[in-house]
Write a new protein. Structure first.
Length: 219
C-alpha cells in the first residue's frame, strides 16, 4: 500500500483520488472548496479543506509523509507552481503536477516537478488511437513510438499457436500475455503465453511493439 496526496478535487483529481483509494491505497484529498471536499469524505482516507500552498497546513496533515503527491489543480497556474514548490521543499519523493500547456509543463519541470501530466492531451491521444484502431481494447503508450495494446484474437489466428503464427518475425510484435476465460467462463484471467497452446476465439492478446507494426496487425 502506498500513501498519496491528491491536491485539487475537480473532475480529474476527484476521480484519480477515488480510483487510488478503491485500489486499497491511503489517499489524502485536498481542496480549498469545502463543497468539493465534502463530496469526497466517504471516497478517500482523509478529505481536507485547506490551502495547499500553506506549508504548515500540509505538515499538520502529514502530507510530507506521502509517497506521491499529485497536483491536480485546474486553471490556476500560480497555485499549481506554488504547491509544487512547497511539496518538494517538504521532501515529498515524487510530485506529479498537472499542466495545461507545453510552456507550463516546461516551467513545472524546471521548478522541481518529478513528472508532468496533461490529462486533456492524454485523453485526446487515447481517443485518437481508439478511433484509428477500434480493434484495440486498451492502449498504453510506452514512449513516442512504442505501445502495449489488447486485441481480440483475429479470426484467422483461432486454432493456431504462437509458434505457428511466429508473430515476432512475421509481425514484429511480442505477445506479453493472454487473457482467457476462467473455467466457469465468466471472467478473463491473465496468463503467460504458452507458445504451443492453440488460441481460442474468446482469447485477448496483450501485444507490445512499435506503433507502426501494431497497426499492421489489424490491417
Amino acid at each position: 500500500m502506498q500513501r498519496f496526496a491528491v491536491i485539487g478535487m475537480g473532475r480529474f483529481g476527484a476521480r484519480l483520488a477515488a480510483n487510488l483509494a478503491s485500489l486499497g491505497h491511503e489517499v489524502i484529498g485536498i481542496d480549498k472548496d469545502v463543497g468539493l471536499v465534502e463530496l469526497m469524505r466517504d471516497r478517500v482516507t482523509l478529505a481536507i479543506a485547506m490551502d495547499a500552498t500553506d506549508e504548515q497546513a500540509l505538515l499538520s496533515q502529514g502530507v510530507d509523509k506521502v509517497d506521491v503527491a499529485i497536483v491536480g489543480i485546474g486553471g490556476d497556474f500560480e497555485a499549481i507552481t506554488m504547491t509544487t514548490v512547497v511539496l518538494k521543499q517538504l521532501g515529498v519523493p515524487r510530485v506529479i503536477s498537472r499542466a495545461v500547456t507545453p510552456m507550463s509543463a516546461r516551467i513545472l519541470a524546471k521548478i522541481g516537478a518529478d513528472e508532468v501530466v496533461n490529462p486533456e492531451d492524454e485523453s485526446a491521444d487515447r481517443w485518437a488511437n481508439r478511433l484509428i484502431t477500434p480493434e484495440f481494447q486498451n492502449h498504453l503508450e510506452l514512449d513516442a513510438s512504442h505501445s502495449i495494446v489488447e486485441i481480440q484474437v483475429p479470426t484467422e489466428w483461432v486454432g493456431k499457436n504462437l509458434i505457428e503464427l511466429n508473430l515476432r518475425v512475421e509481425k514484429h510484435v511480442h505477445v506479453v500475455a493472454i487473457k482467457r476465460k476462467d473455467e466457469a467462463g465468466k471472467k478473463l484471467e491473465v496468463k503467460l503465453p504458452n507458445p504451443q497452446e492453440n488460441l481460442g476465439k474468446d482469447d485477448v492478446l496483450v501485444l507490445m511493439g512499435e506503433d507502426k507494426d501494431l497497426g499492421k496487425v489489424v490491417e
